[in-house]
Design a binder for this molecule. Structure first.
Ligand code: ADP
Ligand code: MG
Ligand code: ZN
Length: 636
């Protein structure tokens, strides 16, 4: 995908880079690799040479040779100058050596005047024109002369590989520059690829401008913010935005996730940060992007993090030191992203550091449509596909979820052997994304009936609560972990919720359990996630949103879901919170049971329709329940 993160260059290097100029070519494998390779090749070549040159034939003395000729024990010889090769009739022990021999070589001294030729003819020795002892062929000669070079290259490559990071790394690689993704390789991410968060992109315009022509800013004596912090929920496009800023300004982009700096060894993180910034300065103007900075930038003393406190703190301090060290003339801008701006150490947001915080929120309806448009750029859409309609039915979804939706629709179209993506692919994909994938479970009839009543309970109460989100879909086809699903989404984006609306949500969430209890008189495990949701809503109402008179208008429980009861309030207050949560939930449950009993006929009708159809769309559901669907104007 065009927007995926570039790969890392080496495994021991936590950051990735793109768009940096190619580094100077280094000796692949480094000097040490080269030396090791050279020695190995030398040894191997010697071995090979001695193998090829020395056959089994011993070199014997000329005296021994004469003796054998005289003894009539030589069948044939071959001579080239004074060098003689030959073969014995019967093998003889090697004089002064081990074993026997038949083939041999020897050297005739120049001063020998033993009429050898006459002697040979007399003894009937054949004097051949072909070497008796096998000679190296042309090919073998060639191989021997080429082998060292080939070996050298192979070994060198091998060692370079082993030392990690392909040909760019090496033993000295810790100081080697990160191999950047080719400047020309692919299109870089720009603001074109980001939609729905235009005002955020606008806030980053001057950063882009600065990176494009830092000179103008320096001449004016203007100082750029050292760091910009992008804060917002996951999937809203923070990482994308950072890359787009770099792409837009056409400057190198170095990115790393904060957690990737941390190792169990104290000090490693800090030194990596130092390296990263050194690299960025070399190719400045550039962007350094640190993702998920909250993993190391949390308020000190809160909860043990990765790799212990020391390492975390040292790494964070190093980042801060690097940023403090900016004189403004480096042209390195640091961007960071976090899902949890609220837990960050204030040291991070001090002036001169991440002093500019940019909030990135989930997109509104227009934004969703624009994002869908971007992510369907490469998808052939059938005529009549209405992305605006999809955008209307997806309130609250983030950019990442919408990108996923577009992809799911394309996958469905492929599976259905279509050549284009149709509206129904999109709505089926949406169903899958929102409700989870269908599961083929064969459910016993009794359980199906109970599920139908459970979902009808949710749905009916959703329809009856004034101002509640309309019911869009009810199904008793098992999906994901649920046995059935009731989907309600608002008509328009909502940003703040009234107490009445929240109570309505709790009543609706309890509707499943209430229906099972009213109709069958049983409690099942099927309501677990409903109750989790109820608890979350009630805790928020009482502890965070000031909706309980007894607790009052204060924050009694922290927003951090991992530590629901920190030391934010006196124990007595927490007791009251607990008490108030129970009161609200009990009242809502009462109300749910009451309404279901009063509307028993509607409940039965809805459940019956579900048992027949398995899935009911919005209009069918309201019709089955006999409740007029209030439009926005009449309703809320
Ligand atoms: P975050 O870093 O905020 O968690 P990402 O930037 O990683 O989110 O977003 C993941 C993917 O979702 C992106 O690669 C992109 O495909 C898509 N996406 C998210 N937000 C947007 C947006 N505003 N416009 C276009 N695509 C988006
Ligand atoms: Mg991200
Ligand atoms: Zn339920």
């Amino acid at each position: 995908m065009a927007n995926s993160v570039p790969p890392r260059d080496r495994t021991d290097q936590p950051w990735r880079s793109e768009g940096a100029p190619p580094p100077k070519r280094k000796m692949p494998g480094g000097w040490i690799g080269l030396t090791v390779a050279a020695i190995a090749v030398f040894v191997l070549a010697n071995l090979a040479l001695s193998y090829f040159t020395e056959g089994d034939e011993p070199t014997i003395s000329y005296t021994e040779f004469s003796k054998q000729v005289t003894a009539d024990n030589v069948t044939k010889i071959y001579a080239k100058g004074d060098a003689i090769q030959g073969e014995l009739k019967n093998k003889k022990p090697v004089p002064g050596g081990e074993g026997d021999y038949t083939k041999f070589t020897t050297q005739r001294p120049a001063f020998a005047d033993d009429n050898l030729w006459a002697q040979l003819t007399q003894k009937g020795v054949t004097v051949t024109a072909e070497p008796v002892v096998a000679q190296r062929g042309l090919l073998a000669n060639l191989l021997i002369s080429l082998a060292p070079i080939v070996l050298l290259v192979l070994l060198w490559v091998f060692i370079a590989r082993r030392m990690g990071g392909g040909l760019g790394g090496g033993m000295l690689g810790r100081k080697a520059p990160p191999k950047p993704v080719e400047v020309t390789a692919g299109r870089r991410t720009t603001f074109e690829d980001v939609a729905g968060i235009d005002e955020v992109a606008g806030e980053l315009d001057d950063v882009v401008d600065f990176l494009k022509k830092p000179q103008t800013y320096w001449e004016m004596g203007a100082r750029m913010p050292g760091g910009v912090l992008l804060a917002g929920p996951p999937g809203t496009g923070k990482t994308l935005l950072a890359r787009a800023v770099a792409g837009e300004a056409r400057v190198p982009f170095f990115s790393a996730s904060a957690s990737e700096f941390i190792e169990m060894i104290v000090g490693v993180g800090a030194s990596r940060v130092r390296e990263l910034f050194a690299e960025a300065r070399k190719v400045a103007p550039a962007i350094v992007f640190i993702d998920e900075i909250d993993t190391i930038g949390r308020v000190r003393g809160g909860g043990a993090g990765l790799g212990g406190h020391d390492e975390r703190e040292q790494t964070l301090n190093q980042i801060l030191t690097e940023m403090d060290g900016f004189t403004g003339s480096e042209g390195v801008v640091v961007l960071a992203a976090t899902n949890r701006a609220d837990v960050l150490d204030p040291a991070l947001t001090r002036p001169g550091r991440f002093d500019r915080i940019v909030q990135v929120s989930p997109p509104d309806r227009g934004g969703r449509e624009a994002i869908l448009r971007i992510h369907t750029r490469e998808i052939p859409l059938a005529e009549g596909v209405d992305l605006a309609q999809v955008a209307r039915t997806t309130p609250g979804m983030t950019g990442a979820e919408l990108a996923n939706l577009a992809n799911e629709a394309a996958l469905l179209a492929v599976k259905r052997r279509q050549r284009e993506v149709t509206q129904s692919d999109l709505s089926d994909a949406l169903e899958k994304v929102q409700l989870g994938a269908e599961r083929s479970l064969v459910m016993p009839e009794e359980e199906r009936r109970r599920t139908a009543y459970h979902e009808s309970g949710h749905a009916l109460l959703g329809m009856l609560q004034p101002g509640a989100d309309p019911v869009r879909k009810i199904t008793i086809v098992p999906r994901g972990r649920a046995l059935g699903v009731t989907l309600s989404t608002p008509d328009a984006d909502r940003y703040a919720y009234t107490e009445e609306y929240l109570r309505g949500r709790i009543v609706g969430a309890l509707g499943g359990m209430a229906a099972e209890s009213v109709v069958f008189g049983v409690v099942t495990t099927g309501s677990e996630s409903d109750l989790e949701q109820v608890t979350r809503l009630a805790r928020g109402m009482v502890g965070r949103w000031g909706m309980s008179e007894r607790v009052g208008r204060l924050t009694a429980v922290p927003s951090d879901a991992q530590e629901p009861y920190g030391l934010t309030a006196a124990p007595a207050t927490l007791d009251t919170v607990d008490h108030e949560m129970r009161r609200i939930v009990d009242e809502c449950y009462e109300s749910a049971c009451h309404q279901l009993r009063d509307n028993r006929d509607r409940l039965d009708a809805l459940a019956a329709a579900l048992l027949v159809n398995e899935t009911l769309e919005e209009a069918e559901a309201y019709r089955a329940a006999g409740i007029p669907r209030l439009t926005k104007e009449e309703g809320a």
